[in-house]
Design a binder for this molecule. Structure first.
Ligand code: CAA
Length: 394
């Protein structure tokens, strides 16, 4: 029985900050960002957008195509959790009208948890082929102002339906993993922004790739030449390029244009969305599916997930025949192209607006829907389904 991704869709926010605006404000050469980091824009979440509203926006187009009451579990991966106790998936459960006969759990390990969710969902379906698991990876990457990480913010959510006989990607058995207790990026409970030892984090990322690759190769005996396209966790697109160069050289090959072509299509969306932590690898995969013009049917794609701290995993999947008819390319591109550009002052207003020291909070209306985070009532988060003509809250 094949198990894997049946449908996949991403959502990002309605606003972006251009790296040209960012560079001008910081008095830096824009090519540091365009060339040095490989970033043109970062999606910025307004105060009334969070991981729940982003996740609902990502998942709803999938649920419209299937029997939503058949979803048996939601595995919600995030670094940007909204509650220390209640899982974000339960807010999502009501917004999306899922069955009460459905389990919810939140998974965390920095940017890695989305891959963990996908592997767990695959195992659940293998154990019981009736399972239809919704895997969500959703994050808002936020660093301190004027820190090295500020240029690598962004936000996004990916929803993946995992089931038997998938229409888009079969996840292949076997994977390579690597864990090491390091402090390259972390976020203590009292902080809303991540702390990072930036340069060190890039070194740990590349070392983790080499270690996870070795384990993958030992476990599966699949070689580099048997992989057609390579997707990496993308904190900024230059990092993915460096990752691919590192892997190519590790297997004793020259890095040339042919090698570059195996990974570049998987960076197109991330270049204009920025980092979305747990979602970033899968936005990269969607970018590959949407942007490679030749058929990817029966092509093997690799996935390298890296979560600072650190946990990493390398695994592969095979794209299924006829996958093209199930892609939601138009929605992805329309979201990217219809975003509103922020000036630096409005970016700062968005950055500072939510003060969670308050128990009651009504947020101004910036998010264009279809779901929004309305604020707090007695420390309870309030979400609304929103369209231009009607608003339902609860
Ligand atoms: N024209 C062209 N290139 C330029 C340039 C210019 N005018 N000015 C600088 N550059 C190049 C630099 O040479 C450098 O390239 P190399 O890395 O190839 O040497 C690149 O632009 C970046 O310049 P700096 O090293 O000076 O940049 P920085 O120190 O300000 O920040 C960073 C770089 C440390 C990665 C920072 O962006 C950061 O802290 N990011 C957050 C942490 C992160 O994303 N780490 C990635 C691994 S961890 C992970 O993946 C998990 C996660 O999601 C966070």
């Amino acid at each position: 029985m094949k198990v894997g991704i049946d449908l996949i869709h991403f959502a990002t926010s309605d606003y972006f900050l251009g790296m040209d605006t960012f560079a001008q404000e910081k008095g830096q050469d824009v090519n540091k960002f365009y060339v040095g980091l490989g970033q043109e824009k970062m999606s910025i979440a307004p105060p009334d957008e969070d991981i729940v509203s982003l996740a609902a926006k990502a998942a709803e187009p999938i649920l419209q195509q299937i029997e939503r009451q058949a979803i048996s579990a939601v595995l919600f991966a995030t670094e940007t959790g909204v509650d220390q106790s209640k899982s974000a998936g339960v807010f999502l459960h009501r917004l999306l009208g899922l069955s009460s006969r459905c389990r919810m759990v939140e998974l965390k390990h920095a940017c890695y948890a989305g891959a963990a969710g996908l592997q767990m969902a695959t195992a659940m379906v293998k154990a019981n082929p009736q399972e239809r698991v919704l895997v969500i990876a959703a994050d808002i990457a936020k660093y301190d102002l004027n820190s090295s990480g500020e240029a690598t913010q962004g936000c996004g959510a990916v929803a993946m339906l995992v089931c038997a006989e998938p229409r888009i990607l079969e996840i292949e058995p076997g994977s390579g993993y690597f864990t090491d207790d390091v402090m390259d990026f972390w976020r203590p409970n009292h902080r809303s922004t991540a702390l990072v030892d930036g340069k060190y984090s890039t070194k740990v990322y590349l070392n983790s790739l080499k270690q996870a690759w070795e384990h993958f190769h030992e476990q599966t005996e699949r070689g580099f030449e048997q992989i057609d396209y390579f997707c990496y966790h993308i904190p900024f697109t230059k990092m993915a390029e460096k990752a691919h160069q590192t892997l190519v050289r590790k297997v004793g090959l020259e890095y040339d244009a042919a090698q570059e072509a195996k990974t570049l299509p998987g960076q197109i969306y991330n270049r204009v969305i920025g980092n979305s932590y747990s979602a970033s690898l899968f936005i990269g995969f969607i970018s590959l599916l949407d942007n490679v013009k030749e058929s990817l049917a029966q092509k093997r794609v690799s996935f390298f997930s890296y979560g600072s701290g650190c946990v990493a995993e390398f695994f592969t999947g095979v794209v299924q025949d006829g996958y093209q008819q199930w892609l939601m390319t138009q929605s992805h591109q329309q979201q990217i192209h219809s975003r509103i550009e922020l000036n630096y002052q409005t970016y700062l207003q968005f950055y500072y607006q939510v003060d969670f020291a308050q128990s009651n909070l009504t947020l101004p209306h910036f998010n264009r829907g279809p779901y929004r985070f309305c604020g707090l009532e007695g420390d309870k988060r309030i979400y609304a389904e929103y369209s231009e003509n009607s608003t339902t809250s609860g």
